[in-house]
Design a protein around this ligand. Sequence first.
Ligand code: HSE
Length: 354
Amino acid sequence: MQIKICLYGFGNVGREFARVLAAKGPYLKARHRIDAKVFAIVTSTGGVVEPRGFSERELSERSRLAHLSSQEGFREGDPEDLSKWILPWIDGAGPTVIVDATWSDLDTGEPGLSRLLKATAMGCHIVTLSKAPLVADFYGLVEAARRHSVQLKFSGATAAGLPTIDTIRVSLAGAEVQSIEGILNSTTNYILTAMSDEGLSYEDALQRTRAMGLAESDPERDVTGIDTACKVLILANAAMNARKRLSDVRITGITGITRRQIATWAMEGRSVKLVGKAALVGDDVRIEVAPAPLPHRDFFAQVREDAKAVRFTTDLFGELVMAGGAGGLTAAAGSALRDLVNLAELFRHRQGGR
Ligand code: HSE
């Protein structure tokens, strides 16, 4: 099965996606019978297109160069002119997918939100690594995808290496999710672990997460708890039909935590973790993000460095806890790949197994 991809965004995550896709091309063909080809790469000032799809070698070479605008074949143009970048690859011969790895504003979801809504209207499926459009208008996107009979996948926006949304949709199908708790941000977990175990200062620990490629380009989103809030909000809307906005989430980050506090908690047998929680309270869902000093016997207390964890409480299956999954660029890029493989399986199933 051929999947035609329009890749939006060629920053760290977009380039890593191109690299991973090129490297995994032979595996996808041999193991999944998927020929996933990029036809357009688009940034904020224009893009490059290849009507036959970029070969793995070319994609890999392009992924090694930082600036798309100085690469061969770059054409300036409005990235939101989807008739130029996406429409030519929608021809009924297999699905076309936009993989969105761009930055958008968390309040408005723009420019990604309008782009994704327009793409659905063209019959383009969506794999988004960007949280902002989902945060700003989750239900608008879900409804648009439903109306235009396209798929909306976002496993890379909800803790990437840790499979959260797919676990809810597949493994917990049929169950009511009563609460979701998670250590959902690698950067803050790494900082808290390094401050506690190595006695590093907050600034030094933060610097290390930047060097490791864990932190957001604007690490404020990590350390103030906003990134965790976005992830738990998306999960709560998707799994609990919470119908909440980011402004409904009470958020406390880790910026106020001192080494002295960490040492005091350690003497009491506790480790501090930044925990996002969504819980059913009557008919409502309450969502909160805050540092939690947890006793060492608590499973979450053992989740260290850049690892993440999630705990679901359900009516049918009781409590389920998962931990691990890499953080960083490769895991983020790999999540988009996972979404593509799952989409391909779905399309193949619909076509009767071809
Ligand atoms: N900066 C995030 C983290 C990754 O540290 O988990 C993207 O959400």
